[in-house]
Design a protein around this ligand. Structure first.
Ligand code: HGY
Ligand code: MN
Ligand code: MN
Ligand code: MN
Length: 409
């Protein structure tokens, strides 16, 4: 194993230890462990010879500047927040690979024809506020100021958390790298699916990323005594939500070749066994490679929810939190990456991503490319998530070669 790979593995483990939960890896946005991870990343980027900074959202940024001030910008990135009960590679692997690549360039004192950035995005999963790509949206100049007043499950507002960071809300989307100054964005990321295992190959190209809609839904019924209230007079918010959620699943199954539908988070109040639920809120996650189809499905489900609410005399709240169209990876970058893959990996395949990534947000300002890295049995968002040292070594060699070839152009 080369020294870069052993350092990458050590750092993956070190970051994997930084958690808010003693039983499992959980590092939501703005928590103690999130700040601790930020400090560690800043230190590693500085050690790699990069100029470091953080911004008002909490992104951690390092840059190896080119001597030409008008040089274009190229960024390698991924996220350092996690889901609950997470694996330790989802996000950190891409960041730590980027830091290792920068380290290699600064050690060999290479004069780069572009500014090489590495960015650790503060929140990609969106587990705390149900807003994905919070960190990368700032880099892309897409930070929605309405998000500032959003509260988490404990009444903490996003702005209250961000106030602790340097920077101000006024020009929040102003000082970004403008689209014309970008050479590109590159995100190495675990596949989080079984294809690379089935194909028995370590890495592959990513063709694009599915479109995604995230909706917050609330059903307002009437709480009542479970023992006394007649069945036909009830406005049971949980039964309304349940009828809707089964419909969501059915629609997904009927269109399974081009749609996935998920309700992952639900809250029922007052959540005690002898009271009819009066208030239920839940998430809705819809994805499809086809933008128009996704738009129609979202409308179909909205009308379905309205109908259920009407029939059950329940008040419905339907809030689209985010709508991200599908992304196509840039052909030139893909061709360059394919050349590097062929040097270190027998097979060359290309697959779409059903999972969202910060590349979705960066695609608003830059040509994007992604490298998928095999993870054991495609398991992810799970402590069993695992990448072999051999595949880490291959992903480092391919990624370094890719950037090196771009630098020679
Ligand atoms: O939801 C996703 O696709 C990603 O893991 N944030
Ligand atoms: Mn990820
Ligand atoms: Mn993830
Ligand atoms: Mn993701």
């Amino acid at each position: 194993m080369n020294k870069e790979t052993s350092r990458i593995l050590k750092r993956i483990d070190a970051l994997g230890e930084i958690s808010d939960d003693k039983q499992c890896l959980s590092r939501f946005y703005g928590t103690k462990s999130h700040k601790k991870a930020r400090k560690k990343l800043l230190k590693w980027m500085a050690k790699a010879g990069m100029q470091t900074s953080t911004d008002i959202v909490g992104n951690v940024k390092g840059v190896l500047k080119s001597s030409n001030p008008n040089a274009k910008h190229f960024m390698i990135g991924s996220h350092y927040d996690s889901v609950f009960n997470a694996g330790k590679y989802d996000g950190p692997l891409g960041i730590i690979l980027g830091i290792e690549i920068a380290h290699a360039f600064s050690k060999q004192n290479t004069e780069l024809p572009f500014h090489l950035h590495v960015c650790a995005f503060a929140d990609e999963e969106g587990c705390r506020f149900n807003i994905a790509y919070l960190g990368s949206s700032l880099i892309a100049g897409n930070f929605n100021k309405n998000w500032l007043k959003k509260e988490d499950d404990y009444g903490y507002s996003l702005s209250r958390l961000m106030k602790k960071n340097k920077g101000d809300f006024k020009d929040i989307n102003k000082n970004i790298i403008p689209p014309e100054s970008w050479l590109g964005y590159f995100e190495p990321h675990i596949e989080q699916g079984p294809v690379l295992c089935d194909e028995n190959t370590a890495v592959c190209l990513v063709s694009g990323i599915a479109a995604q809609n995230r909706v917050n839904i609330t059903w307002k019924g009437i709480s009542g005594h479970a023992g006394t209230y007649p069945m036909d007079l009830r406005n049971d918010a949980l039964c309304a939500a349940s009828e809707f959620i089964l419909g969501v699943e059915n629609l997904g199954k009927q269109n399974k070749e081009k749609l996935v539908t998920t309700v992952g988070k639900i809250k029922s109040e007052p959540n005690v066994s002898n009271v009819i639920p009066g208030l239920v809120s839940h998430s809705l996650d819809l994805r499809s490679p086809n933008n128009k189809f996704l738009e129609n499905i979202t409308k179909t489900l909205y009308y379905k929810a309205l109908k259920i609410a009407e029939e059950r005399h329940i008040e419905l709240q339907w809030e689209i939190m985010q709508s991200n169209p599908s992304v196509t990876c840039n052909n030139q970058l893909k061709e360059a990456l394919a050349t590097s893959i062929k040097k270190y990996n027998k097979k060359l395949i290309e697959i779409p991503s059903g999972a969202g990534h910060d590349a979705v947000m960066l695609s608003n300002v830059a040509p994007v490319s992604m490298l998928f890295i095999r993870c054991k049995e495609g398991i992810s968002h799970n402590p069993e998530e695992y990448v072999s040292p051999e595949d880490i070594e291959t992903s480092f060699k391919v990624s370094f070669d890719f950037i090196n070839e771009l630098a020679k152009k």
